[in-house]
Write a protein that binds this ligand. Structure first.
Ligand code: ASP
Length: 438
């Protein structure tokens, strides 16, 4: 029998109605064996995530304020799910224990982690699966980094003893036994870790959208869903701001060659997006896989006659950035000009000093540091074999009436990145999408 690991996000486990959908999904295939649960998320746009309420509890105790009200609201959310599902389960003892721990100044991560802990107990009870506490099988090192090898060996052995189990997402334990969480949205990472330990054939990540979209739906009307995407393409798009999955979540499964399927709990028949290591499937008839972008970049522009013959020019410029702890994104250059694109947030308080140090290091004829650049990445594994992709990007942008300020094609030909003025960002993305897809 093949093994599937499923992770359900907070919106998929926000109330009893969603628990019923989750159970129908899990029970529809016997190889759906390990389920990773998030804490209850928002039931509507005005609602609060349980995790946020738990962080508030922690803040209140730090300020020596009363937590009774908020604690009651949290308990009521779980009790309502339990009652609506008609379960023979009480979390009263758990809540007493957690309240005691909070009053005795339990750590922030311990408090935040209780959202997934309690939800996993409820889900395990409802599904008739075993409950496996993440603190027993997911580990961190002393320095707070994730201990991949210990986790994999211990968790594999634990899972072998449970044919069907629910595991809370988001946390694990430190060598001294205290609880530590991953960064926000970290249940995606737990799902990936469990998939690796279970030697799963597939990691299904269930959420409230039917997969990755080719472009941001706030900018492009009804963008197409990406059916298949490689890990590398996903990383390019995620780096440029496309989000659905926690950014670290691909690493454990990628190492083990396990594909991820992003699925929609509210529309389980939709195919969603498959994330794979490699594929022969063309990205789409559209050549590109997706478009993503971000505002908030600045360009350091340098000009100097005969720059091309000056050994070490680029290195000295980058040394200045390194000494000022500024990461660079791109370095487009021509014979006598060099530009370095950096994040505006990184450079904004250091502009004067960076300009002074660059002047001292390379004596440019001209230097300026301009803000207001947006970067747009057009990503696609098929670009390498399609002639005319760059032409079509320029055509789409030109037809949108936008001037391109910078161009960079990655040497793997997986992406072409253009820089435009921030005011042109939306129009440029729409122009590119229209050129390739519409
Ligand atoms: N509940 C946590 C959060 O809200 C972790 C997760 O849902 O993945 O960030």
């Amino acid at each position: 029998m093949s093994v599937k690991v499923l992770k359900f996000g907070g919106s998929s486990l926000a109330d009893a109605e969603h628990f019923r959908k989750v159970a129908a999904i899990v029970k529809s295939e016997p190889d759906r064996r390990y389920v990773v649960a998030s804490a209850p998320g928002k039931r509507n746009s005005d609602d609060e995530k349980v995790t946020d309420m738990l962080y508030k509890c922690y803040e209140l105790t730090r300020e020596d304020q009363d937590i009774d009200n908020i604690f009651f609201c949290i308990k009521r959310r779980y009790d309502k799910i339990i009652n609506d599902l008609g379960l023979d389960l009480s979390l009263d003892k758990e809540f007493q224990r957690i309240k005691m721990a909070i009053l005795h100044h339990a750590g922030r991560d311990y408090i935040a982690s209780r959202g997934e802990y309690l939800n996993a107990i409820v889900l395990a009870n409802y599904l008739g699966f075993d409950f496996v506490d993440a603190e027993k099988g997911i580990f961190f090192c002393d320095d707070g980094t994730f201990d991949a090898e210990k986790t994999n060996s211990v968790l594999s052995k634990i899972l072998e003893k449970h044919e069907y189990a629910v595991i809370p997402g988001f946390y694990g334990s430190m060598p001294n036994g205290t609880i530590k969480t991953f960064t926000r949205g970290g249940s995606d990472f737990t799902g990936s870790v469990v998939a690796r330990a279970a030697r799963a054939d597939l990691y299904e990540n269930w959420t409230d959208v039917s997969g990755f979209l080719m472009a941001d739906p706030r900018l492009v009307k009804n963008p197409k869903v990406i059916e298949t995407i490689t890990y590398k393409e996903l990383r390019e798009l995620a780096y440029m701001g496309a989000t659905v999955l926690h950014e670290d979540a691909i690493f454990p499964v990628r190492a083990a060659g396990i594909p991820i399927n992003i699925k929609n709990t509210n529309r389980p028949a939709d195919k969603g997006t498959m994330i794979v290591k490699e594929t022969d499937i063309p990205a789409s008839k559209d050549v590109i896989t997706g478009i993503a972008g971000k505002k908030g970049f600045s360009t350091i522009i340098l000009e100097k006659d005969m720059m091309n013959g000056e050994l070490g020019f680029g290195r000295r410029v980058l040394d200045v950035l390194m000494n000022n702890r500024i990461l660079f994104e791109h370095i487009p250059s021509s014979i006598d000009t060099l530009s370095v694109v950096v994040s505006t947030d990184d450079i904004k308080d250091k502009k004067l000093i960076v300009a002074e140090e660059i002047k001292k290091a390379v004596h440019p004829d001209y230097i300026s540091i301009d803000d207001g650049i947006a970067l747009i990445a057009v990503v696609g594994r098929d670009m390498v074999s399609s002639i005319g992709t760059a032409y079509r990007i320029f055509k789409g942008v030109a037809e949108a009436g936008v001037n391109i300020r910078m161009i960079d094609q990655g040497s793997s030909e997986l992406n072409i990145i253009i820089g435009v003025e921030e005011k042109d960002y939306e129009a440029a993305i729409q122009g590119i999408y229209n050129e390739f897809v519409r």
